[in-house]
Design a protein around this ligand. Structure first.
Ligand SMILES: [Zn+2]
Length: 346
């Protein structure tokens, strides 16, 4: 323990140009933007330094797995893979599936925790499974995967332990376009396990909702971390939208479906207003609370992992003074219900 701490200290001294007291949203005093040389992409050692210095704040095994286990009475709980874990035993990955699966019903997948730090994505998926899935299972086959990235959940981190963004890793061979805010990243264990599981299921999906949050730490910690990692010299700050919004795939826009989800969420929490340029996170909006981006498949987003015609990424704002954690979880559930109710009404 002491030897490795000394080693980390030596590596930190050698590889960092400015170790400051900058703290992160997750309470660490060693800010990722201080790792490496400004303007130079991280070396293997710098990636490892980043990973080794991320602090565990909560436990996947004691917080999440008991909640998954409690669903066994009503659902099939399937382990679809595991994520290696240098610190202790591997993280088992679980999916929760309705029992009366039938080819006569449309199939719906809900994913949460692709970004493990986005708590309401994980808890919203579990809340939907425990409280509402039984009601909808008469109409739909439902598959809920509450925590795709357990290491990120424990460390309150956007990336996995290898310093890769799982929500850009679902198409690692996609085209990188200079200057585009969304670009694919390298393959991850997290995406590979889910892709293989879905391949084995061979299901014709109707709907996929991928539950996320946009947090203040996206600007204070994760954007600076990405710039440091990739050797980008840019300290421009983006604006974090105050409220809920959705990410629409321009290859399957389904505008009425998006309206139905926004109206359902509005009953629980506020919808993000556009910024001074009429945009949200720098992207154009197609209607209130909805940004439209290129094909999620080509960008490597989890929401492009199926061919479901009804697909959307949710974005809850947990740092709003006007939203409690419970409201954020309920907003995710309201969005799922709005989505399913609309499909039922067609
Ligand atoms: Zn996210």
């Amino acid at each position: 323990m002491i030897a490795s701490a000394v080693l980390i200290l030596i590596i930190m001294t050698v590889t960092t140009t400015a170790i400051s007291g900058l703290s992160t949203a997750s309470g660490e005093t060693f800010h990722p933007s201080t790792i490496g040389t400004p303007g130079k992409p991280w070396s293997v050692e710098e990636y490892k330094l980043w990973s080794d210095t991320r602090v565990k704040h909560r436990c996947y095994f004691t917080n999440i797995l008991p909640q998954v286990e409690s669903l066994r009475g009503d659902f099939d709980v399937l382990q679809y893979g595991e994520i290696s874990n240098e610190e202790s035993k591997a993280f088992p990955l679980f999916a929760v599936r309705t029992r009366d699966w039938s080819n006569d019903k449309p199939s719906v997948m809900i994913t949460g925790g692709v970004h493990g730090y986005e708590t309401s994505g994980v808890q919203g998926a579990l809340l939907f499974a425990s409280e509402r899935a039984a009601h909808y299972s008469q109409h739909f086959n439902l598959l809920v995967i509450p925590c795709v990235s357990p290491w990120g959940y424990e460390r309150i981190q956007r990336w996995n332990a290898k310093g890769v963004d799982p929500n850009r890793s679902f198409n690692p061979d996609g085209d990188i376009v200079d200057g585009r805010s969304f670009n694919p990243e390298a393959a991850t264990e997290e995406s590979a396990a889910l892709i293989q599981f879905l391949r084995d299921m061979a299901c014709d999906w109707t709907c996929h909702l991928d539950l996320h949050e946009t947090t203040d730490s996206d600007e204070t910690e994760f954007r600076p971390a990405k710039n440091a990692r990739d050797g980008i010299l840019d300290d421009t700050k983006g604006e974090i939208p105050d409220g809920f919004y959705l990410v629409q795939d321009e290859t399957s826009p389904k505008p009425e479906w998006f309206t139905a989800m926004i109206e359902a969420v509005r009953k629980v929490t506020h919808i993000a207003p556009v910024d001074a340029d009429g945009k949200l996170i720098g992207e154009p909006v197609s209607q209130e609370g909805v940004i439209q981006i290129p094909s999620k498949k080509s960008l490597g987003l989890c929401c492009g992992v199926t061919n479901a015609p009804y697909r959307a990424t949710t974005e809850v704002y947990p740092d709003s003074p006007n939203a409690t954690p419970e409201q954020c979880n309920q907003a995710q559930v309201a969005c799922i219900e709005g989505a399913l109710d609309h499909i039922l009404s067609l």
